[in-house]
Design a protein. Sequence first.
Length: 77
Amino acid sequence: MCLAVPAEVKNIDKNLAFVDFGGVTKKVSIGILKDVNVGDYVLVHAGFAIGKLEKEEAQDTLKLLKEVKKALEDDQR
């Protein structure tokens, strides 16, 4: 299964972006996207930004991922 996770672009250096995954910063390639700016939300898969999305959509997805995580944690109890 493949999963792309939304992240906010915090800084850009040429074809690399430093993105925030809810407090964790990672460096990802933005070379396959055009017009990525600080503050944008991108979908990240395997170290590559593979798409852009609106802030609201990113926040909705992140909220759902948190709910899945909580459900899995509750299931393990």
